[in-house]
Design a protein around this ligand. Structure first.
Ligand code: FES
Length: 481
């Protein structure tokens, strides 16, 4: 797996696994930014809190983000006003603007050394400028410092750009490490199940009055049914040396728009998004490399990595009570590409729910919301997509024979009536996995950009040996005898 510049330039202090049983006020599942910030606020409110992390803190999406701290979440505010109404759109904007300010406050007051830098954030379009103009009007009407311009630092002309002032960027793992320092955090402690107040791990049990699922994608299928209302998408990043020295952060709203974000002497160039499990042709890094060559022929690639995002049905994260039948469970998921402010919003919202029973932002983010026109249609599409994956498990003919596979390639083959995923490494050695996803049984697809087996239904991923990379699956793929 590729290493991000964040992983390369931070060394988080390791923590021991859980050992035996604990009884606490709150258990937070997941040691990423959302989990660590939630535990931070709960602890500050006087609750004895533990964090349970399956691998290392920050080893999930927090280490793969582009770390833009911004309330600018693509073309969102015009849509929120249309779909949810102005009142909820105002709350969404206020929550995320508060999150930017809260990062700034925590970094300054805590003296956290994490490259925190104030900077503007831009949306840009090279085609139709009108969505940008309408978004500017919507954002401005919600009280956001938003202004249109056609003047940017980008190496190509834009039709329109929308500037949000007073946004920020930082080093997410250095920030995480500082915030996690006083917390009771257990690493290498995978949660296997939650039964009422008991969180069952492979290292012991935690009994907690409140349980927070902050593990990117909830691994419990029932209740909550998050697998029916969220898919996952992947996107790719290059860190370039000798490219442009930008001040702002940029996000393209055209179909194949690119993302730009400076970090010290480097420029992070992002793009190439697709639904997880739908990249069998590959070439995502290649597209970014071509763009880098055409914009800055002298640039050098210093790192390349990818990230995975949970995509909710109506474009608003699910933050709040886990389900109607589990009063002491809470969830934070579906942050799309905007995990920094969403993590901060989730931490505040969940802490308020746990300590006071209410949050002013609850009605916007509640996972129990019901939006028939938007959610109903998307739910059908989501189910159709899941069914497509299940269908493929039975009917798609094998696409490659083992012996025909070139070195360095993977594909699905049929062997003694069973479908197998086969990868042949550069030395000619073959590796086989079952392509039946251990989550709910969809057929895994080969992702040549990352040499991984990815599930198109809900986004679980496995390396070429079948080892679990991303949930909601909780175990490795089967490996045939
Ligand atoms: Fe749900 Fe694969 S992730 S079936």
């Amino acid at each position: 797996m590729q290493e991000s510049i964040w992983n390369r330039t931070a060394s988080l202090r390791p923590r021991e696994p859980l050992s035996g049983d604990r009884k606490v006020d709150a258990a937070v599942i997941g040691g990423g930014l959302a989990g660590i910030l939630t535990a931070h606020f709960l602890r500050a409110a006087g609750l004895e809190t533990v964090v349970l992390e399956a691998a290392r803190a920050g080893s999930g999406q927090t280490g793969r983000t582009t770390a833009k701290i911004t309330a600018q979440h693509g073309l969102i505010y015009e849509r929120l006003i249309d779909q949810l109404g102005r009142e909820k759109a105002v709350l969404y904007a206020q929550a995320n603007q508060w999150a930017v300010a809260e990062y700034r406050r925590m970094v300054r007051e805590g003296g956290i050394d994490c490259d925190f830098t104030d900077c503007p954030a831009y949306l840009y379009a090279t085609g139709d400028p009108w969505p940008i103009h309408r978004e500017a009007e919507a954002a401005h009407s919600l009280g956001i410092d938003a202004a249109c311009t056609a003047d940017t630092e980008l190496p190509f002309p834009v039709a329109a750009a929308l500037r949000f002032g007073n946004q920020a960027r930082f080093h997410p793992l250095r920030f995480l490490d500082a915030v996690a320092e006083p917390l009771e955090l257990y690493e290498q402690t995978r949660v296997r199940d939650v039964e009422g107040n008991r969180v069952i791990t492979d290292r012991g049990t935690v009994t907690a009055e409140h349980v927070v699922f902050a593990c990117h994608y909830p691994f419990r299928n029932v209740p909550g049914y998050y697998f029916l209302r969220m898919h996952q998408e992947r996107s790719y990043v290059l860190a370039l040396e000798n490219a442009a020295g930008l001040e702002g952060m940029y996000f393209g709203t055209d179909g194949d728009g690119l993302s730009f974000r400076p970090q010290g002497d480097l420029l992070l160039l992002g793009g190439g998004g697709h639904r997880t499990g739908e990249n069998s042709a590959g070439g995502q890094y290649q597209k970014l490399r071509q763009a880098a060559r055409s914009f800055w022929p002298e640039s050098r690639e210093m790192a390349a990595w990818s990230a995975q995002d949970g995509m909710p049905l109506d474009g608003v994260p699910y933050i709040g009570r886990f389900s109607a039948t589990t009063p002491n469970w809470y969830v934070a998921t579906g942050f799309q590409k905007w995990g920094m402010t969403s993590s901060m919003v989730a931490a505040r919202l969940l802490t308020d729910l746990i300590t006071t029973g209410a949050s002013p932002w609850e009605e916007v983010f509640t996972p129990q919301r019901f939006q028939p026109p938007a959610a109903g249609k998307a739910l059908l599409q989501e189910s159709a997509q899941a069914a497509k994956g299940l269908g493929r498990r039975l009917f798609t003919p094998p696409r490659a024979e083992v012996e025909a596979l070139p070195r360095g390639h993977g594909g699905v083959v049929e062997y003694r009536g069973e479908k197998l995923g086969v990868y042949k490494d550069d030395g000619g050695e073959g590796f086989c996995v079952s392509v039946r996803c251990p989550h709910l049984g969809c057929q895994l697809e080969w992702n040549p950009d990352e040499k991984s087996w990815d599930c198109p239904c809900h986004g679980s991923r496995f390396d070429y040996r079948g080892r679990l990379l991303d949930g909601p699956a909780q175990r490795d793929a089967d490996v045939p005898e």
